[in-house]
Design a protein around this ligand. Structure first.
Ligand code: NDP
Length: 498
């Protein structure tokens, strides 16, 4: 049975200094359900002056210590409450996530649970001891303590609307910072619900601020504003490059989680059905709109015919449909722009001479024409220099490459500007370890794909990013390190003559 939430389109406002705020003069932005084109919400469009107010509120709150001076235990108590409220509203939030992003309910379910767990994890972690002491060759106690950075600007994309938000918000707040947050203009619904929870639990005024609107205006002002001490961004590599430059005015700390074109290497000695299953999951989970997607499937030549034939057979059977239908295995793309981009890449691949072996078209029957559905797609006969091999398509498009031996597999795997993720399928443990160690990527799997754990650091090499999300590293990202040298022998040193 389809899961439906009856509602009039929501009004989405900004949250600045503990108050909900509408926009100034701009028209409202329409937020659309990608499965059927229906209007879900109307979001106010923020302005530069809204960002300035939000930054000012965060600055005052930080400097007054209303949040940073709370004991870790007091801050943790707020964060545990947030986690509980997310759990209480799990079904509503999951349904809204599916409505806004399009992802199947089983994916939204996991994302919402994971958001609650992330708050709990960082609430707990902030209570753990941190800081160190050092033995130095003086009568001095040298030590470091960890302190919040100040005002953190947090900017996220649309592919995991609540989860990506929480990966930043939870550690930033746990560490004692105040925040100015911008969700994607495409998917602001569940992030706005999170700020409703902040409001309900009475988070101190100015601690968490949210501004809605376009990246080039709102995101840019957060990035250039000199009262923002740190920028933590998740999104495309080209936007990340722009942010790095724009953040240089006051030498902001920066943390960037960027794009990928990750290799999924399958050796002939792999468990065939497991490798096949994960190859499909690697690229078609989230309709391929996943930064770590296994979008390049590298297959050993001796099994390519059998493997690709079975892959195509299974890909053609994937149930594509609206995310709120429990039968659906793959949802629509997030919007028209993303659909156009993916279709354009399919055209480019064909022009470049690659062979399309499945999909490659938009689904338009049975009411699907109102949504942004695309069939699971795969290309063979590719060359490493092709754009479909090098560029992040961010859709359900698998690109097969073939290799003869370990050395060639590694060479092909590393042959892009990205270094986010990668995987190896083999039953030879030595080979698995040799290959995985040579892959220039921060998140890797052996005989698996896509698992991500709140406890473990998430991080890209090369042009896939700088800095960390999740785990202890994810909290460290939002902390300064202060050295304190405490003199234990208080007397003049007479360095200069009296
Ligand atoms: P974008 O880079 O287009 O946008 C990301 C966010 O940045 C949005 O909120 C966007 O605003 C904002 N933005 C856009 N331009 C600017 C600017 N000039 N200054 C400041 N902010 C700006 O990415 P997408 O939203 O299209 O998301 C997809 C990308 O995100 C993919 O490349 C994917 O790989 C990457 N990603 C990486 C992850 C990782 O962990 N490494 C995880 C998830 C996604 P607006 O609302 O206007 O779009």
């Amino acid at each position: 049975m389809m899961v439906k939430i009856k509602h009039k389109p929501f009004e989405l406002n900004m949250y600045i200094n503990g108050k909900w705020r509408g926009g100034e003069t701009n028209p409202k932005r329409k937020v659309i359900n990608p499965a059927n084109g229906e209007l879900i919400a109307e979001a106010v469009e923020g302005s530069v002056s809204d960002v300035k107010s939000a930054v000012q509120a965060a600055r005052v709150a930080f400097d007054n210590g209303v949040w940073s001076d709370l004991s870790p235990e007091e801050r943790a108590a707020y964060l545990f409450k947030v986690a509980d409220r997310i759990d209480e509203r799990h079904d509503e939030l999951a349904a809204l996530e599916t409505m806004d992003n399009g992802k199947p309910l089983r994916e939204s379910d996991y994302n919402i649970s994971s958001a609650a767990s992330c708050f709990r994890y960082y609430a707990g972690l902030v209570l753990a001891p941190h800081g160190k002491t050092y033995n130095v060759p003086d009568s001095v106690q040298a030590m470091v303590i960890r302190e919040p950075i100040g005002v953190c600007g947090l900017i996220v994309p649309w592919n995991f609307p609540l989860m990506m938000s929480v990966w930043k918000i939870a550690p930033a707040l746990a560490a004692g910072n105040t925040i100015v947050f911008k969700p994607s203009e495409v998917t602001p619904v569940t992030p706005t619900k999170l700020f409703k929870i902040f409001d309900e639990i009475g988070l101190p005024k100015g601690t968490a601020n949210m501004v809605l609107g376009a990246g080039e205006i709102i995101g840019n002002e957060i990035t250039v504003n000199h009262d923002v001490d740190m920028i933590s961004f998740t999104g495309g590599t080209d936007t990340g490059r722009h942010i790095m430059k724009a953040a240089s005015g006051n030498i902001k700390k920066i943390s960037l989680e960027l794009g990928g074109k990750s290799p999924n290497i399958i050796f002939a000695d792999a468990d065939f059905e497991t490798a096949l299953d994960y190859a499909l999951y690697g690229i078609y989970y989230g309709s391929g709109q996943v930064c770590s997607a296994g979008s390049r499937i590298l297959i050993e030549e001796s099994i390519q015919d059998k493997f690709i034939a079975r892959f195509v057979e299974r890909a053609n059977r994937i149930k594509v449909g609206p995310g709120n239908d429990p039968e659906t295995e793959m949802g629509p793309l997030v919007n028209q722009e993303q659909l156009d981009k993916v279709l354009k890449y399919i055209e480019i691949g064909q022009k470049e001479g690659a062979e399309l072996v499945c999909g490659g078209y938009r689904l338009t029957d049975h009411g699907y024409e109102k949504g942004f559905f695309i069939a699971p797609t795969a290309f063979i006969d590719t060359k490493p220099e092709m754009r479909i091999v090098q560029e992040e398509i961010f859709g359900p498009v698998a690109v097969f490459q073939t290799f003869k031996d370990e050395e060639e597999a590694v060479k092909l795997a590393n042959d892009t500007r990205y270094g986010l993720a990668g995987s190896v399928f083999t039953q030879d443990a030595g080979k698995a370890m040799r290959v995985i160690k040579k892959i220039r990527a921060g998140i890797t799997w052996v005989n698996s794909y896509h698992s991500a754990y709140i406890e473990a650091p998430w991080h890209g090499y090369k042009q896939s990013g700088i800095g960390f999300s999740l785990g202890v590293n994810g909290l460290d990202e939002f902390l300064e390190t202060k050295q304190i040298n405490f003199n234990l022998d208080v007397k003049p040193i007479n360095w200069f003559s009296k």
